[in-house]
Ligand binder design. Structure first.
Ligand code: 6PG
Length: 486
């Protein structure tokens, strides 16, 4: 029996994708460095469909129909290169190597270029949805050549999540485009989680709403325009009780957030392509600060001595009515900040498209995120509609789309009140506040960048342009201070 696809790397994501493929009627050849894992998978889930057990990469490759499709599901980085190096001598022209891990897009670009030169296809595929998604239908963002998608696409679409029957999988563009879009998805995921955390902290610190009660608040929010997977699971995490202490689980979990790198890459790439992804970068920094536990222990003791902001805050938001108003304000601040995170992420995709020569279709990308992935949200359907126009007629920024412009206007007073309260009472809200600054920067007629230019020209003769005539100028600061053409 020849297999439709081979999967090498059978940790949980690889195993679940292999099972998903088998459940969808594909014959899947299985390979893992240690055969025990292959056997464990077959033992536990062999009934999911047709599998071919192999012990070596040679056996795996020999078991495949042509063009061969080999899905690599190993840890991003050097392990991917090592599997590729082992596979290449076993493959023939036109075969397809697929990397379904969270690889860095520059590495995907490099690998694609090198394998293309050897007449092989290399497809970097962004896969979102965690373990559960991999098994039951993830959101899939494939890059690589269009030609390889013709062969591979139908399989990926079949195993992907469906939104109203439409697959959450479509070819993104060449080389690393799929992994790039997945990276930005993760950056938005970071921001999405951070704004949820800020809302939680503000409601607890300023209005005294405890985790169990907040579970109800988030559940209620999930029936509003905030409806999304992350809001839904926030309610579940908040109402979880610690088995040992009986306290809310969230109170016994160490407040130090980890990261595997995709959010950081998004922020770095934002800086590189000149796209201000402040919400994403602040979310990455918020995780970094949370991890500086030793420093925080010292600063907490030093900076907090004698200050009791939260007492007066709790008095302020103490009455039931005030609390309710505050909760609604926080909901609006969360929604507006979330819109900013999406607007920044999408802007960044446009900038990256220009940088890397990809023609990224924002409407199609939003459609892929509607189901299966971690940031799935009702909002994405509206985002799709906002970009439902020829490129030259699409909004220059998501916030300019009429429906979102209106939503921001509606949220704005509440957003300002929440950011002001956070600052007044000393509760950190880096994404709420930086997103508001981003919005205010966009709407501002003149920015103080003119002064920055003046200073740069003063100390470094970096020159400036003028509002009233063409050209580049320099003021002779150390001379008679007259202006010359530069
Ligand atoms: C997904 C997730 C997934 C993973 C992240 C978590 O879309 O399914 O984004 O890829 O959970 O890598 O990243 P951090 O460990 O950096 O939070």
């Amino acid at each position: 029996m020849s297999a439709h696809i081979g999967v090498t790397g059978l940790a949980v994501m690889g195993a679940n994708l292999a099972r998903n493929l088998a459940r969808n009627g594909y014959t899947v050849a299985l390979h893992n460095r240690s055969v025990a894992r292959t056997d464990a998978l077959l033992q536990a889930h062999g009934g999911d469909g047709d599998f071919v057990r192999t012990e070596t990469l040679t056996e795996l490759v020999e078991s495949l129909e042509r063009p061969r499709r080999v899905l690599i599901m190993v840890q991003a980085g050097a392990p991917v290169d090592s599997v590729i190096a082992d596979l290449v001598p076993l493959l023939d022209d036109g075969d397809i190597i697929i990397d379904g891990g969270n690889s860095f897009y520059e590495e995907t670009r490099r690998r694609e270029e090198s394998l293309r030169a050897q007449n092989l296809h290399f497809v970097g595929v962004g896969v979102s949805g965690g373990e559960e998604g991999a098994l039951n239908g993830p959101s899939i963002m494939p890059g690589g050549s269009k030609e390889s998608y013709d062969t591979l696409g139908p399989m990926l679409e079949k195993i992907s999540a469906k939104y109203n029957g439409e697959p959450c999988c479509a070819w993104i563009d060449t080389d690393g485009a799929g992994h790039y879009v997945k990276m930005v998805h993760n950056g938005i995921e970071y921001a999405d989680m951070q704004v949820i955390g800020e809302a939680f902290d503000l409601m607890r610190s300023l209005a005294g709403i405890e985790p169990r009660e907040q579970a109800g608040v988030f559940r209620e929010w999930n029936t509003t325009d905030l409806a999304s997977y992350l809001i839904e699971i926030t309610a579940e995490v908040l109402e979880q009780e610690d088995e040992v202490t009986g306290r809310p689980l969230v109170d016994v979990v160490l407040d130090s957030a980890g990261q595997k790198g995709t959010g950081r890459w998004t922020a770095i790439s934002g800086l590189e392509v000149g796209s201000p992804v402040t919400a994403i970068a602040e979310s990455v920094f918020a995780r970094s600060i949370s991890s500086q536990r030793e420093l925080r222990a010292v600063t907490n003791a030093t900076f907090s001595a004698g200050i009791d902001e939260t007492l007066s805050a709790t008095e302020k938001y103490g009455s039931a009515e005030d609390r309710q108003d505050f909760v609604e304000d926080v909901r609006k601040a969360l929604y507006a900040s979330k819109l900013v995170a999406y607007a920044q992420g999408l802007d960044m995709l446009v900038a990256a498209g220009e940088e890397f020569g990809w023609d990224l279709d924002l409407k199609a990308i939003a459609s892929l995120w509607r189901a299966g992935c971690i940031i799935r949200a009702d909002l994405l359907d509206t985002i799709m509609k906002a970009y439902d126009a020829p490129k030259d007629q699409q909004p220059k920024n998501l916030l300019l789309a009429p429906e979102f412009n209106e939503a921001i206007n509606e949220c704005l007073p509440a957003w300002r009140r929440v950011v002001a309260a956070a600052a007044t009472y000393g509760v950190p809200a880096p994404v709420f506040s930086s997103s508001l600054s981003y919005y205010d920067s966009l709407r501002r007629d003149r920015l103080p960048a003119a002064l920055t230019q003046g200073l740069r020209d003063y100390f470094g003769a970096h020159t400036y342009q003028r509002v009233d005539k063409e050209g580049t100028f320099h003021t002779q600061w150390s001379g008679d201070r007259s202006e010359i053409d530069a």
